[in-house]
Unconditional design. Structure first.
Length: 202
């Protein structure tokens, strides 16, 4: 692959990744409600999901779309229900000062939530199955170029979402009053419910 192609693809991917969506909202809220580590775990799950889509395009798994589509529907519904539950929990939650809560027992929950979000979100589906082939010549893909593409995608998606995790820490630092916390919980909860509605509707 030419360097110009890689740079152009990186720019398009970064713009697509930074556009607010279910994953960015989830990472931001997880960072503020729990910790930076929790948001990084969630971002890792999203990144793995993106790599799954990448493999699906590179290795022509799209041929099995008739089989995969019903599975994605069930994943989307289950993910939407869980996200809506998180939203309601935040709205009803009694405001307390932010602190890094222990998540040792919930490591896989954060990772799984990120994976669910990615696999059930139409946004990456549109990018990898429609936009992605416009920048990469899939007829001339080699093992080396495949590894380069996957590295660029994993690095860009993970670092972009991690940036939202750090943004959540900044928000946490300056939202210390009880009224502010209550308002933030409600806004976060509403955003989660909107994300759930978006996943079911799409």
């Amino acid at each position: 692959m030419e360097l110009a192609t890689i740079i152009n693809f990186f720019i398009i991917l970064f713009i697509f990744a930074i556009i607010p969506g279910p994953a960015t909202f989830a990472v931001l809220s997880t960072s503020t409600q729990y910790s930076l580590i929790a948001s990084i775990l969630l971002a890792t799950g999203v990144t793995v999901g993106d790599l799954f889509y990448t493999c699906a395009v590179l290795f022509s798994f799209s041929l099995f779309s008739e089989i995969l589509t019903p599975i994605f529907i069930y994943i989307r519904i289950l993910g939407a229900i869980y996200i809506a539950y998180l939203g309601l929990s935040l709205i009803l939650k009694k405001p307390t000062k932010f602190k890094d809560q222990k998540i040792k027992k919930n490591l896989w929950i954060q990772f799984s939530l990120g994976l669910f979000l990615c696999l059930s979100n139409p946004k990456p589906m549109v990018f990898y199955f429609l936009v992605f082939p416009q920048f990469i010549d899939l007829n001339n893909i080699t093992l080396k170029s495949s590894l380069i593409i996957m590295t660029v995608i994993a690095t860009t998606v993970f670092l972009t979402l991690t940036m939202f995790g750090f943004l959540g820490q900044i928000i946490k630092k300056y939202l210390l009053k009880e009224k502010s916390l209550k308002l933030f919980n409600r806004i976060s909860g509403i955003l989660f419910i909107i994300v759930a509605y978006y996943l079911i509707k799409s």
